[in-house]
Design a protein around this ligand. Structure first.
Ligand code: IPM
Ligand code: MG
Length: 372
């Protein structure tokens, strides 16, 4: 309980629209919950900022964010204006890396009333969490582009036959540190211990094809697993796991995955929840400054129309409340969202309705018992 200073980055596209609804819900909660207060500090870090300043945030941007307790972010990216590999790397990825937000936590708890794509099980039978490593792996930004004549090019040509006939070759390396693997695996096992689930951690790798990084990852995972005899563990290659997440998602509890695999499979978890508009996410830096960010991105095609679904951002605010130690408020917010979704009355177009982003936010506030 207390006053929480939150850095708010609306970002681009639908980001500011959905974040506004999240903030609306947090303000409503603070009005009805005793001793729950927020100070929201807004930061204009987005592609517009880049167009004006040639960078996504000021040189001390990370420091400014670090003065707050947590970061709430809508989405970054305006592909027509700034290349994604610049806008995302200078904001989202820079923040994840700088604050060591190594546990990207994406729960999959489909709500009754949301679109559900499977016929083989019911939404309420599904309750698992993906813990995605978020500070290294294939996102590390290590590599280069080489032409014939570069020393690196010749070295690669000796190993990979196709390189010999190329005019240019790119290398994107994955970085897997012992520290990085151990801490995220440990986080996954601790989470499995806290949850009232199957007490099962599924290790998502691709050791059959990636003979260094994934072999190392598996070794560390197995070492960590030995410290948790009360938690079952298993290994699934990412391809097989992707299939099983569709065929029988009910069997999972906690899935731990390297960065890129985690990114891919969490779009499957979004689909199970009714689409990207329903899926929350958090980048957790245990004991540090975490960032709460729905995985849906900026959806430029629908930006500015007021039709974006704010529920992913609102459920993301719920994750933030939990991490801030505000479990009661978090539960209340979850119940309010569940009520709105189940009633099927106020829904944005992605869920088959015609309500606006703001109307959905208002409906959640009303369900919280607050005044719009
Ligand atoms: C996500 C997104 C980001 C990621 C992009 C926008 C860099 O897809 O959060 O899932 O890959 O991490
Ligand atoms: Mg993604």
């Amino acid at each position: 309980m207390g006053r929480h200073c939150i850095a708010v980055i609306g970002g681009d596209g639908i980001g500011p629209e959905v974040v506004a609804e999240g903030l609306k819900c947090l303000r409503a909660l603070s009005a009805v919950e005793e001793e729950l207060e927020f100070e929201f500090r807004e930061f204009p870090f987005n592609c517009q900022y880049y167009l004006e300043h040639g960078r996504m945030m000021p040189p001390d941007g990370l420091e400014q964010l670090g003065a707050c307790e947590a970061i709430y972010l809508g989405g970054i990216g305006s592909p027509g204006e700034v290349p994604d590999e610049i806008s995302l790397r200078e904001t989202v990825l820079a923040i994840r890396f700088h604050f060591q937000q190594y546990a990207n936590v994406r729960p999959c708890r489909p709500l009754a009333g949301a679109a559900f794509p499977l016929t083989t099980c019911r939404p309420e039978e599904i309750d698992f969490v993906v813990v995605r490593e978020a500070t290294e792996g294939l996102y590390a930004g290590i590599g280069g582009r080489y032409h014939p004549g570069d020393a690196k090019f010749d070295e690669l040509a000796a190993r990979v036959p196709a390189v010999r006939s190329s005019r240019e070759v790119a290398v994107q390396a994955g970085v897997y540190t012992e520290t990085g693997i151990r801490r995220v695996c440990r986080y996954a096992f601790e989470l499995a211990r806290r949850r009232q689930g199957r007490k099962l951690v599924t290790n998502c790798t691709k050791t059959n094809a990636m003979n260094y990084g994934m072999v190392f990852w598996d070794e560390i995972f197995t070492e960590v697993a030995a410290d948790y005899p009360d938690i079952e563990h298993e290994r699934r290659y990412v391809d097989a796991l992707a299939m099983q997440m569709v065929l029988d998602p009910t069997r999972y509890d906690v899935i731990v995955a390297p960065n890129l695999f985690g990114d891919i499979i969490t779009d499957i978890t979004a689909a199970l929840q009714g689409g990207l508009g329903m899926a929350p996410g958090a980048n957790i830096a245990p004991g540090g400054i975490s960032m709460f960010e729905p995985p849906h991105g900026t959806a430029p095609d629908i930006a500015g129309r007021g039709t974006a679904n704010p529920l992913a951002a609102i459920l993301t605010a719920e994750l933030m409340l939990r991490e801030l130690g505000e479990a009661h408020a978090a539960e209340r917010l979850h119940d309010a969202v569940a009520k709105v979704v189940e009633a099927r009355q106020v829904r944005t177009p992605d869920l088959g309705g015609s309500a606006s982003c703001g109307e959905v936010g208002d409906a959640v506030v009303a369900a919280l018992g607050g005044l719009v």
